[in-house]
Ligand binder design. Structure first.
Ligand code: NAP
Length: 242
């Protein structure tokens, strides 16, 4: 069975991906703050799949990422599929942001995928196979007001994905990104007013935001052999937002 590492799997999209892939893969889930949620999820998943572990790891921290991979390799030999999902948002005017706010967003959303990929790639190269999925955002290409840092970080994720896919072509490693529109998770609970949410939904398919499971469906497809010819792509999944 192949081994999948999912960052930020304690809740939201990461947790939905873990549920979708359970039974078919060995799973490594990471969390940062929400240990209880992660351990509850782990308990549920283990009812059907004994090959799941949960590890506390701040994706900004290189030492913690190295320890995460050491532990993963101890349990499952190597990571075949890396899903860079952990992320944070920041809603506010650029002039009110501090450099430390800016760095926090860039380090969590962009530098983290450099650190995890750097650690995962050598084993993938020696296997001559591997898949990396980066969870980007619609704002990475469109840009959103009040979310300049977030948009910049996700624009970086898109370029990182395209460039890395080229670098890893000779080793048969596929690298793709998924750019969701608005997904119903904790991340979108607080930033938008009730009225904003209502008017945004008017223009979307079924007049609703995406469910995390719908993002997980695309991940499941892309990491499987059905996605064997797909690399270097950014997949929009936004219910017709554009
Ligand atoms: P969420 O519900 O807020 O969950 C975020 C996850 O990331 C949690 O598991 C959290 O762990 C983890 N995380 C945050 N900072 C971390 C860090 N420094 N180190 C390790 N883990 C960290 O968010 P979500 O909506 O599921 O978003 C998941 C991904 O999708 C993000 O990359 C986000 O940018 C992207 N996305 C979301 C939407 C949306 O509308 N929701 C749209 C487009 C793209 P703990 O809970 O343990 O702290």
């Amino acid at each position: 069975m192949k081994t999948v590492l999912i960052t930020g799997a304690s809740r939201g999209i990461g947790a939905a991906i873990a549920k979708k892939l359970n039974k078919s893969y060995n799973l490594i889930l990471t969390y940062k703050e929400n240990k209880e949620k992660a351990l509850n999820l782990l308990e549920d998943l283990r009812k059907e799949n004994p090959n799941v572990i949960a590890v506390k790891c701040d994706v900004k921290n290189e030492d913690e990422i190295n320890s995460l991979f050491d532990l993963s390799e101890k349990n499952f030999s190597h990571v075949d599929i890396l899903i860079n999902n952990a992320g944070i948002s920041y809603f506010g005017l650029i002039q009110d942001m501090t450099l430390s706010d800016w760095n926090e967003i860039l380090r969590t959303n962009l530098s983290s995928i450099f650190l995890t990929s750097k650690r995962a790639i050598p084993n993938m190269v020696s296997q001559k196979s591997g898949v990396i999925i980066n969870i980007s955002s619609i704002w990475g290409s469109l840009g959103a007001s009040f979310e300049v840092a977030y948009s910049a970080s996700k624009g970086g994720v898109n370029s990182f994905t395209k460039a890395l896919s080229k670098e890893l072509l000779p080793s048969n490693i596929r690298v793709n990104a998924i750019a969701p529109g608005i997904v119903d998770t904790d991340m979108t609970k607080f930033d938008l007013s009730k009225d904003d949410k209502k008017s945004l939904k008017e223009d979307l398919i079924e007049k609703r935001f995406a469910k995390s499971e719908e993002i997980a469906n695309l991940v499941e497809f892309l990491i499987s052999d059905k996605g064997s010819y797909i690399t270097g792509s950014i997949f929009d999944i936004n219910g017709g937002f554009y």
